[in-house]
Design a protein around this ligand. Sequence first.
Ligand code: ADP
Ligand code: MG
Length: 337
Amino acid sequence: ESLINRIAAGEIIHRPASALKELLENSLDAGATTIRVTVKDGGLKFLQIQDNGCGIRQSDLPILAERFTTSKLSTFSDLSKLTTYGFRGEALASISHVAHLSVVTKTRTSACAYKVHYSDGKLVPAQRGQSEEPKPCAGNDGTTITIENLFFNAPTRLSALRNTSEEYARILDVLTKYAIHNSKVSFTCKKAGSPSPDLSTPSASTTRHAIKMLYGPSIEKDLLQVTVNENKNNEESWSSEVYLTNVNYQGKKMIFLLFINSRLVESSRIKRAIENVYTGVLPKGAAPFVYLSLRIDPQSVDVNVHPTKKEVHFLNEEEITVQICNTLQAKLAEQSQ
Ligand code: ADP
Ligand code: MG
């Protein structure tokens, strides 16, 4: 049974950056305004995320890492709204099957923080002979989640991830993208023991400023902003916010950030369509910057997408993509005149 759990977990948690993505989304869901990430050995040895969000109640801690445990649905009708990406209530459970997971958390109303350790979905003692019960400790409001020795029990997976600087680059990439999408939230990321962060954003910033800080002024100075939305019967059926450049920046590949309902996702169809928009605008092989945030009815996102599939699909995908691309094309044409 534990082998099956481990395999299932490995389909959700591919590498340190995918664990981080899950933890980031949890911190953002918890309303955090500051998120601090600390990394050792590309996140394989140690990956910690500290937030100032709502915290977790002591009484919820025993089942926190059980599969399908989520505080994010209260009624059955919520289910279709929130199961959009197919792995609700599975992130912490999955991590606990492939790593040593510990949590320190404090809600605003609690007098102290509590510390717990998990393994295979269950509370475990910090050390043999001790109790597994939540241990009162000092701590600030919010939650600190620590993942140690990721894939310690999956040697094949671990040996495929030996390049710790590549894993660290992927962590920074995920954080950079979330920092742009959540420009009001302050993010930092540093290597354990290092005095200065490798990534640091202020709180209460704007998308434009965040792009400038993270991708450099050369992108920001040519940045165009476009909103595209569709109103049917006076009701907004979807909307999108786009920041894009009409010039080549110094990179080699298009930088493409796609958020659907605030989740970082991939869609090769949308990516290809955007690349086509640039045909004739930029020289072949040019590398623009595009950030696209799309809001659609959560019920129209494919709920049956298996976690191994990173590609997202949704209702009226073709139609929505065409409308966005037409608007972008017009905007770029207008600029080049
Ligand atoms: P999901 O996010 O799909 O609910 P997870 O396994 O990612 O499932 O998390 C399980 C539960 O743990 C969440 O529903 C939430 O109640 C709680 N949780 C996890 N991380 C945090 C956090 N940083 N702050 C507050 N609560 C959290
Ligand atoms: Mg989650």
